[in-house]
Design a binder for this molecule. Structure first.
Ligand code: GDP
Length: 864
């Protein structure tokens, strides 16, 4: 039905109910018809909503009755128009508010931008300050290591100060964050909106993390929408504002990104972590495992490893580092190192100074040194025998590493009977300087030799006075005067040459001069005024140690001070024990041993090493504690030595490995002294290109585990006066490990030298085989410059190396591309003949240049 209010052909009466039409017919009948009126839903506000212009257009057609839809009464129209007006008013109001809000938001954004910039500026400043501080610390650390403790305290205070300041910074930063980011969304939501509670996000900005903020905000939005209910259309608005908010969201993401980057940067620079650091006092023993160090600093082990790597140490967290390195790490992390010393444990050892009145004279301890075969052993034997003959000793003499004899004047003298400077030096290296006087043996028929010179250096280095024994004086070829003058060259001026060093002519073979030698020693001892306090707890040095089948671990100890008694509890190196028995150099059991007396000590819990110092302590617990401590410390130290490989060292090693061949060996000996002497001698074998490396050394039979180690390293096992046990022998045979038995050190050394020279790279030696002179140079296409030469000397060989000399200066070295005799390629051209030569990859040949022809050959070398 298209009827409208404007047309009334159907007689739509004003009083009629809407929906009823009165029909008039020509025959005068009327008929009322119910007209179904489809009432259009009023959608005006909804239509008007999208925008004022659209609304305006809508209003125009609604206000005009001609365009009015049918079936709408005036009243209805009026109502609608009112509604429309209201909507329009609301719309305008809304628009105004939005504009205000937009302005507000813009201001807010502006403010936030400024805040962010301010914050960034502040961050940059802080970072710069931190960096400056780090640099300052670094500088201070370098400058004042001596004042380390004071500086550490100062810095601790400084860091503590920073810490107190630090918490304020994140707190200050947080609201800024909140204002910068979630605040934006909050502002959008907290618009003055009737019936809408202000966004909860605005209430506590920055107190919750950003993510939670957003979540809560979302929840808030949902809740708000539900509460509004009838204002459902506002939901659309909200969506719109949310869309506007999207813009803010993007901005926030940017800011968040910036902060994130900033944080990452700070973290990478280590500032972020440093800022929140708590300074700790880190107990630092001599060595420490990295993971434990990290633990004590409450840092991540990975960070500690990283920091060590920065220092150039390639380590894993299970490795041990020494205290010095650890201290650097601790400082690097901003903590304070507190060194724990071993003194705490070792204090049990009595170190009280002796009073002068307690001191009494003690026998001198003598070591005999000199070149091989000059008669050291013979002399030691002779001195001892002379004593036996003199009736001083009763029992069977026994080798325990040292013995005592009496000089004709009654003075007791202790001789160490491991001759040579190797043992002397190794003892000294272990901290036991037992020797008071060195007897330098020089064979009169040989004079000063390399080892004589070495012995002089060792004695001088140790500050030990020397007595020169000119041996083999019985020999017809003996020339003692030559010895004396030779010695002058090494700054040893003997008495016969108006010097201070006593010189005695002796013969180990005939016994001539032995008494004089002993007397000279006694005089020297008197000069030295050697004293000790026999009344105190004993201290001594291990001269030799071995594992005796019947008696267990046995150590020969030379008492240096005090008196060692049966029943004494002692600690010796990493071992400890209680004196079960004391045996002197004549095999007699004694109850005590005073200063300078060598005795075998029984009752140890293990075999100590030569050079270890023995100290008597008051209780077993103390002894055990010290020994345990030392064992651990030694273990740690070894581990640390292994771990402390800096990059530079690794590089050096890698380089060295390419240049230097190594002959690994295992050494097992009957006594510690021999083992040490062998190791020292072996270490001297070799040169810049090859060296002997002692993988392992020990006292006692060659065992299965030795064979295993040798097999793994491809090393031979050297047995000095020891043999492999049955299982080890079997294993060695099976695994192809070489076992070599020796009883003379010098044989051993000879063999090792031979083995080592087998490892020597063959020396490349050059032989000049000919010379040729260039007469003319031809240019030949396809070959290049060809020198027409005359072989002036020797022979020119196609395969040989060539050098081009111009005015005797080598200007090129290389090989030949061609060697021609007339038109033919030849292998060799003899002297006096002409030939054509062209160089491989070298063209600049000129007339009058000389070509040197040489060949290289490899020569096997031996060590000298
Ligand atoms: P070491 O290597 O210094 O211990 O020398 P040794 O004591 O083994 O002696 C080397 C060699 O020299 C041996 O053959 C001895 O017999 C010999 N010898 C040592 N002393 C004398 C001596 O006084 N006179 C003579 N004629 N020979 C001696």
């Amino acid at each position: 039905m298209s009827d409208t209010d404007g047309k009334k052909p159907l007689g739509l009466g004003g009083g009629n109910r809407p929906g009823q039409v009165k029909q008039s017919f020509s025959h005068g009948r009327t008929h009322a018809v119910v007209v179904e009126t489809k009432r259009k839903r009023v959608v005006v506000p909804a239509q008007a909503k999208p925008g004022a212009p659209a609304g305006g257009a809508g209003n125009a057609h609604l206000g005009d009755p001609s365009k009015r839809p049918a079936g709408i009464s005036d009243a209805e129209m009026q109502r609608r128009l009112d509604a429309l007006r209201q909507a329009k008013a609301r719309e305008q109001e809304e628009a105004a508010r939005r504009a205000a809000e937009e302005k507000e938001r813009e201001l807010e954004r502006q403010r936030r931008r400024e805040e962010i910039e301010a914050k960034e500026r502040e961050d940059r400043q802080r970072e710069a300050a931190l960096r400056a501080r780090a640099e300052e610390e670094e500088r201070q650390k370098r400058e004042a290591e001596a004042e380390a403790a004071a500086k550490a305290a100062a810095r601790k205070a400084e860091i503590l100060g920073t810490q107190r300041r630090q918490p304020a910074e994140p707190a200050a930063a947080a609201p800024a964050d909140a204002a910068a980011v979630p605040g934006d969304r909050g502002a959008g939501q907290s618009r003055p909106r009737p019936g809408t509670a202000p966004g909860a996000t605005d209430a506590k900005p920055g107190l919750a993390p950003r993510k939670t903020d957003r979540e809560r905000e979302n929840r808030e939005t949902d809740r708000g929408a539900a509460r509004r209910g009838d204002e459902g259309r506002r939901a659309g608005k909200l969506t719109l504002s949310a869309a506007t908010g999207e813009e803010g969201g993007r901005q926030r993401s940017l800011a968040a990104m910036k902060r994130k980057q900033e944080k990452a940067r700070q973290k990478a620079m280590g500032f972020g972590q440093k800022a929140e650091k708590q300074v700790r006092d880190v107990q630092l023993p001599e060595t420490i495992v990295i993971s434990e160090l990290a633990n004590r600093m409450a840092e991540r082990a990975a960070d500690v490893v990283k920091s060590l790597m920065k220092m150039g140490m390639m380590v894993t967290m299970n490795q041990t580092i020494d205290a010095d390195t650890a201290e650097l790490v601790i400082e690097e992390f901003g903590h304070k190192a507190v060194r724990v010393t071993d003194a705490d444990v070792e204090q049990a050892i009595d170190t009280v100074e002796d009073r002068a009145e307690d001191l009494v004279g003690r026998p001198p301890v003598v070591t005999i040194m000199g070149h091989v075969d000059h008669g050291k052993t013979s002399l030691l034997d002779r001195i001892r025998k002379a004593n036996v003959v003199a009736g001083e000793a009763g029992g069977i003499t026994q080798h325990i590493g040292a013995y005592q004899v009496r000089a004709p004047n009654g003075q007791l003298i202790s001789f160490l009977d491991t001759p040579g400077h190797a043992a002397f030096t190794s003892m000294r290296a272990r901290g036991a300087q037992v020797t008071d006087i060195v007897v330098l043996v020089v064979a009169a028929d040989d004079a000063v030799m390399p080892q004589t010179v070495e012995a002089i250096s060792h004695a001088k280095a140790a500050g030990v006075p020397m007595i020169v024994a000119i041996n083999k004086i019985d020999k017809p070829a003996a020339n003692p005067q030559k010895v004396r003058t030779d010695l002058l060259q090494h700054e040893v001026v003997v008495e016969a040459m108006s010097g201070e060093v006593q010189d005695i002519e002796v013969s180990a073979q005939t016994g001539q001069g032995i008494d004089e030698l002993l007397e000279a020693i006694a005089i020297q001892a008197e000069v030295l005024e050697l004293t000790a306090n026999p009344g105190r707890a004993a201290r001594g040095a291990v001269i030799e140690a071995k594992l005796d089948v019947g008696r267990g671990p046995v150590a020969t100890v030379l008492v240096q001070n005090g008196t060692l008694k049966k029943g004494d509890i002692f600690v010796v190196g990493e071992k400890w024990g209680k004196v079960r028995a004391l045996v002197n150099d004549r095999g007699e059991t004694v109850t005590e041993a005073g200063p300078s007396v060598p005795v075998e000590v029984l009752g140890l819990n293990g075999t100590p090493e030569a050079g270890d110092v023995l100290d008597v302590v008051s209780s077993e617990a103390q002894a055990r504690e010290i020994a345990d401590y030392r064992e651990q410390a030694a273990k740690d130290k070894r581990a640390a030595a292994g771990a402390a490989t800096t990059l530079e060292q690794l590089m050096a090693k890698a380089k060295a490995d390419q240049d230097v061949a190594e002959l690994p060996v295992l050494v097992k000996a009957d006594v510690q002294g021999s083992a040490e002497a062998i190791i020292q001698a072996l270490e001297k074998v070799g040169n810049d290109e090859v060296r002997v490396r002692v993988l392992h050394s020990g006292v006692g039979a060659i065992t299965d585990s030795d064979v295993g180690l040798a097999e793994a390293s491809g090393a031979p096992i050297i047995g000095f006066n020891v043999r492999a046990n049955a299982t080890a022998r079997g294993a060695a045979q099976q695994k192809g490990v070489e076992l070599r038995y020796y009883s003379i050190i010098y044989d051993l050394l000879d063999d090792i030298k031979k083995a080592a020279s087998g490892l020597l790279k063959a020396e490349v030696r050059e032989n000049f085989i000919g010379y040729a002179k260039i007469l003319e140079v031809f240019r030949i296409t396809g070959i290049g410059n060809v020198a027409g030469c005359l072989v002036t000397e020797g022979v020119a060989r196609r395969s040989a190396g060539v050098r081009l000399l111009r005015d005797n200066v080598v200007i090129h070295e290389g090989t030949l591309k061609t060697l021609k005799r007339f038109k033919d390629e030849v292998k060799e051209v003899q002297s006096g003949q002409e030939c054509g030569m062209a160089f491989e990859r070298y063209e600049d040949v000129r007339a009058n240049d000389v070509i040197e022809i040489f060949e290289r050959e490899e020569v096997q070398r031996t060590l000298d």
